[in-house]
Design a binder for this molecule. Structure first.
Ligand SMILES: *[C@@H]1O[C@H](CO)[C@@H](O)[C@H](O)[C@H]1NC(C)=O
Ligand SMILES: *[C@@H]1O[C@H](CO)[C@@H](O)[C@H](O)[C@H]1NC(C)=O
Ligand SMILES: *[C@@H]1O[C@H](CO)[C@@H](O)[C@H](O)[C@H]1NC(C)=O
Length: 381
């Protein structure tokens, strides 16, 4: 469930930020309710178009599982009350078991190959639908720019499926192909990129990680509409006792004592047919969280025996719980935020952002501006 994310940087700085900032952030991080992002069902495969390109791995990806098309599970419709469920939920139940989809775009060398992947300190893993071109463009120029930061290597991948039908779908596939040719930062699988398929995207990514970048020390797993102060993240992660990612670390905006929303109209509606229990395990809001490679591996391992539920961050919480690992809040992390926006305080004052780790939700132009502002040498706070 994407509610809000607000992570502050190290303790020293946090005190300087002070209460006023938390207040402002509170105003900024009001619960965001988006309209449903569910697209028409789309079965056809336009992936063949790009099968032979140089951006595919030279090696076939289908070594572990055969490239069979995943079939609809017709028995899913036998569960009680199936016909009364919203169509996207029916659709989810039909395809819930599908965990393998062929890759349309890959960047096998993202981490210098699996053997060299320990050189990557922080891998930024950003879920992004095909049409979100502007968001990706601005992120490449700002917080997701691949670089050395404080002597540590940052690398970036965007995770995508396919959207639309027919020509529209082909155009968007071409767009990603072009972007990947230029930037080599897109991982795309041939499945429908929808809100309810975000867990699938996560699962596919974890497979990828294991295969192509198993030793990157830390990961930021997040959405393409957050503002992440990745400079601060590197600083924060460098300060951890497990500086090479070999111990448990999972921090974000922690939600606990929550359960499925049973209100039909909600974007997060999860009926009993999908998740019977009225409880969710503790989890961190999916707009952004940081984890170590140790924890990423544990999640991946557990995920192999946990049935998918459509809410990706809750699903990760389930994996953590099964692994006996706890997600944590950073001090200063806010989940439910209070307060009222004030005319007197500029909610986009760079001083508030210089010291944070992550905020949801930013427009591309705000991200561009803010990244510039917080890097001004003469910024006085
Ligand atoms: C298909 O759905 C039924 C009913 O929900 C379930 O019992 C069965 O395990 C599912 N099959 C697969 C392959 O997931
Ligand atoms: C998830 O993706 C698969 C493969 O494209 C598709 O068949 C299914 O309808 C999608 N599920 C949802 C809930 O969008
Ligand atoms: C996954 O965890 C199980 C124990 O739950 C362990 O036996 C197995 O070796 C692990 N597999 C991997 C690939 O880490």
């Amino acid at each position: 469930m994407k509610i809000v994310c607000f992570l502050t940087g190290n303790k020293k700085k946090r005190q300087q930020v002070g209460v006023a900032v938390l207040f402002v952030m509170g105003a900024l991080c009001l619960v965001i309710i988006l309209g449903p992002n569910l697209q028409d069902s789309n079965e056809e495969n336009t992936g063949e178009l790009y099968q032979e390109t140089e951006f595919m791995s030279a090696e076939p990806l289908q070594t572990t599982e055969p490239p069979i098309k995943c079939e609809r599970n017709f028995s899913a419709s036998k569960v009680t009350g199936f016909s009364g469920l919203p169509l996207h939920i029916q659709d989810f139940l039909f395809y819930r078991h599908c965990r393998y989809f062929p890759m349309l775009l890959n960047v096998p060398n993202k981490c210098g190959g699996p053997q060299n992947s320990a050189h990557v300190f922080l891998l930024l893993v950003i879920k992004s639908s095909p049409a979100n071109y502007e968001r990706r463009e601005v992120l490449r120029k700002t917080w997701a720019a691949e670089r050395m930061q404080y002597g540590k290597q940052i690398r970036t991948v965007f995770l995508s499926g396919t959207s639309g039908d027919g020509y529209h779908k082909m155009r968007l596939n071409k767009l990603l192909w072009l972007e990947n040719r230029e930037h080599q930062d897109i991982l795309q699988w041939d499945f429908k990129d929808s809100f309810y398929n975000l867990t699938l995207k996560q699962v596919l990514f974890m497979e990828w990680l294991e295969r192509w970048c198993p030793n990157a020390h830390f990961l930021l797993n997040g959405d393409d509409d957050i503002f992440a102060n990745t400079d601060n993240m590197v600083e924060y992660l460098k300060g951890q006792s497990n500086g090479d990612g070999n111990k448990h670390l999972f921090v974000g905006s922690l939600a606990f004592y929550l359960g499925p929303i049973r209100t039909r109209g909600s974007k997060y509606y999860v009926p009993v047919q999908v998740h019977e229990s009225d409880r969710y395990p503790p989890y961190c809001g999916g707009c952004g969280f940081l984890l170590s490679r140790f924890t990423a591996r544990a999640i991946h391992n557990m995920s192999q025996s946990i049935t998918m539920i459509p809410i990706d961050d809750v699903y990760i919480g389930m994996c953590l719980e099964k692994a006996g690992l706890k997600p944590e809040s950073h001090m200063g992390v806010r989940t439910y935020l209070l307060s009222v926006p004030s005319q007197k305080i500029d909610s986009l004052d760079p001083c508030h952002y210089r010291d944070i780790l992550l905020v949801h939700r930013f427009h591309p132009y705000e991200t561009f501006l803010m990244w510039h502002e917080i890097h001004q040498d003469d910024l006085k706070c």
